[in-house]
Ligand binder design. Structure first.
Ligand SMILES: [Fe+2]
Ligand SMILES: [Fe+2]
Length: 307
């Protein structure tokens, strides 16, 4: 295992100032003020705004499920270093879930958006996934369920790193995006880049087969793309200023928002899935740790607590 991890780190050194093992993962205290954030928080880009906000709705339940899976995985991980990484990862994901909960309550609540129906669906989805581990029969069944879900988390973490890298390099400042919402996504995205190796290392520790990684990678991609579209559709339907578009038109609007740089391009999202299916895949190239750490040192939300 240690040998595998070292190989991964060496791959990174050519493109990144930091090797992942140099970073001790820790959750950061953050504070956001969304009271002045407009519903269309990227000016003139309602669909890009709602794409991100719709994804926000699914994040708290999803990240709490990550923490459940990795809490259960700790029972089987004897490598001290990996255990530390898992604990740091869970600490960060726990704060992400809490912060996105806050965004839902203050930002969407302030705009009179009733998100309860969507939250019920995402709680159901991630609760079902968590219950697969709890209901597995026998020690071997539980171990297999934990490994399967850890591989699924690793696949999803690939996409969160891709999105994290994107938000750290996107044009939101030029487009006049709301500072509080931009910082929420960039702080979160930077921590996704910072801890992008952890779930991958857990899957490697369990020696998950390529076939299992492909199957669960396909499942993760499908669920994520469905959540992206479902979240966007939900937000657009709640927004009285927009027509209630069907999915084909929403995809077209996303295409336009991607071209203007307000949201990730569709081909960026689809292309990133292809990289995940490469047998030699590692997450090291999916972002730059030095850039992420630099952002985290200057994030207004993180500094607000120390100023
Ligand atoms: Fe996260
Ligand atoms: Fe993450």
């Amino acid at each position: 295992m240690l040998k595998d991890r070292t190989a991964t780190v060496e791959t990174a050194s050519s493109s990144d100032e930091f090797a992942t093992h140099e970073i001790a993962l820790r959750p950061r205290d953050v504070r956001f003020d969304f009271t002045k954030s407009p519903l269309h928080w990227i000016p003139g880009e309602p669909y890009a705004s709602h794409f991100l906000t719709g994804f926000n709705l699914a994040l708290p339940a999803g990240e709490r499920w990550f923490c459940k899976v990795f809490t259960d995985a700790l029972e089987y991980v004897k490598d001290e270093r990996l255990r530390e990484e898992i604990l740091g990862f869970m600490g960060q994901e726990g704060v992400h879930a809490k912060s996105h909960d806050g965004a839902i309550a203050v930002y969407l609540g302030g705009h009179g958006i009733d998100v309860a129906p969507f939250l019920r669906q995402s709680d159901w989805l991630f609760g079902r996934l968590g219950s697969i581990i709890d209901q597995a029969e026998g020690p071997e069944g539980k171990r297999n369920a934990v490994i399967g879900e850890a591989v699924l988390v690793a696949a999803i973490e690939h996409f969160t790193a891709v999105l994290g890298d994107w938000v750290l390099n996107c044009r939101w400042d030029e487009l006049g995006a709301d500072p509080a919402m931009s910082d929420l996504w960039r702080w979160h995205g930077a921590e996704e880049v910072e801890h992008r190796h952890v779930a991958f290392n857990v899957a490697a520790y369990f020696r998950a087969s390529y076939l299992k990684r492909i199957g669960l990678g396909l499942l993760a991609s499908t669920v994520l793309y469905a959540l992206f579209l479902r979240g966007l559709k939900f937000m657009v339907r709640q927004d009285q200023s927009l027509p209630n578009l069907g999915y084909p038109r929403l995809v077209w609007e996303l295409h336009k928002a991607g071209k203007s740089g307000a949201s990730p391009r569709i081909r960026t999202l689809l292309g990133s899935a292809l990289r995940l299916f490469n047998p030699r895949y590692t997450p090291e190239k999916e972002g730059n740790t030095a850039q992420a750490v630099a952002y985290l040192a200057t994030s207004p939300a993180a500094r607000a607590l120390h100023g």
